[in-house]
Write a protein of this length. Structure first.
Length: 98
């Protein structure tokens, strides 16, 4: 099944701040990993976040970028694209508990 990819306004801003070659890599990774199997867990790439109702998942891109997203029956909503060093702060500020 093909999932619709939706960028939140914050995620669209995050994407726009990236350098062009990094932005292209992020878009390609989102297409490859989230378009058809956004909930398929892997040891390092896709991780289900526990203890939070939002975001539900994290996609690792490169060693230093993280994409936080939620999945519905038909779509993937990209919530944020942040550096690894900012990920914990982003989750503590915007992560919504159960």
């Amino acid at each position: 099944m093909r999932f619709e990819i939706i960028f939140s306004p914050e995620a669209a801003e995050d994407l726009g701040r990236l350098k062009a070659f990094v932005r292209a890599e992020v878009k390609e990774s989102i297409e490859i990993h989230l378009r058809y199997e956004p909930t398929k867990l892997s040891k390092s790439r896709i991780k289900r976040l526990r203890g939070l109702s939002q975001p539900q998942y994290r996609l690792r891109i490169r060693d230093d970028l993280r994409v936080f997203y939620d999945v519905t029956e038909t779509s993937v909503e990209i919530l944020a694209i942040v550096s690894k060093s900012e990920a914990a702060d982003w989750l503590s500020e915007r992560g919504i508990g159960q």
